[in-house]
Design a protein around this ligand. Sequence first.
Ligand code: DX5
Ligand code: ZN
Length: 229
Amino acid sequence: MSFDRTIKIAPSILSADFANFGQEIQAIEAQGADWVHVDVMDGHFVPNLTFGPPAVKAFRPHVKTVMDVHLMITPVDPYIQAYADAGADILTAHVEAGPHTHRTLQAIRAAGMKAGVALNPGTPAETVEHLLDLADLVCVMTVNPGFGGQKFIDMTDKIRKLRQMIGDRPIHIEIDGGVDPQTAPLVAGAGADVLVAGSAVFKGGSVQNPDVYGENIEAVRAAAETAVS
Ligand code: DX5
Ligand code: ZN
């Protein structure tokens, strides 16, 4: 996985057909997805429950790009090895998920994965200042995590601040929640390079009608690229 700051679209399979993940993943990748975003929820850290390591392991052979696993769970540390064994390329934990995010990020890297740290909308950028040397990705939530299809919360200031804090370090800024062709330029212009999109990618399409996924992905990408100099 080489590092670059070009715009990458990461469809969230939270908006896919849950009875058909394999074909859905193949369809979005064939239609131009750069990464595949996998939302793991525990019904405890967030008020919704999705899937765990065995399901993520079953997705793995279908993902030819990058499997970007977003943990919305607490605790995190007891499950890190299970997600490494499941084949996650990037494992992201929330800074709000426990008191020892520093240790968590070390453990994610020690298990052979890229390490991500996510911030809820109410959490300031400064919270991750002393974690940046242990992080490969910072995920800025632009909704309160738990559900797809929520309204975008403007975090432009936070993104700008993080972009400045990161400087030349090879750390991605990922935006998660309510990203669509209207909001993509705001976040890309502030310095984000990875755009997660669930409903904006899957709406109107299906594995029988995958061209719509491609049009939706390109609409988000084109909108974001207009804001990048
Ligand atoms: C929110 C999840 C997101 C979500 C994004 O808790 O982390 O990845 O699926 O969905 P949209 O793009 O529909 O807001
Ligand atoms: Zn997510």
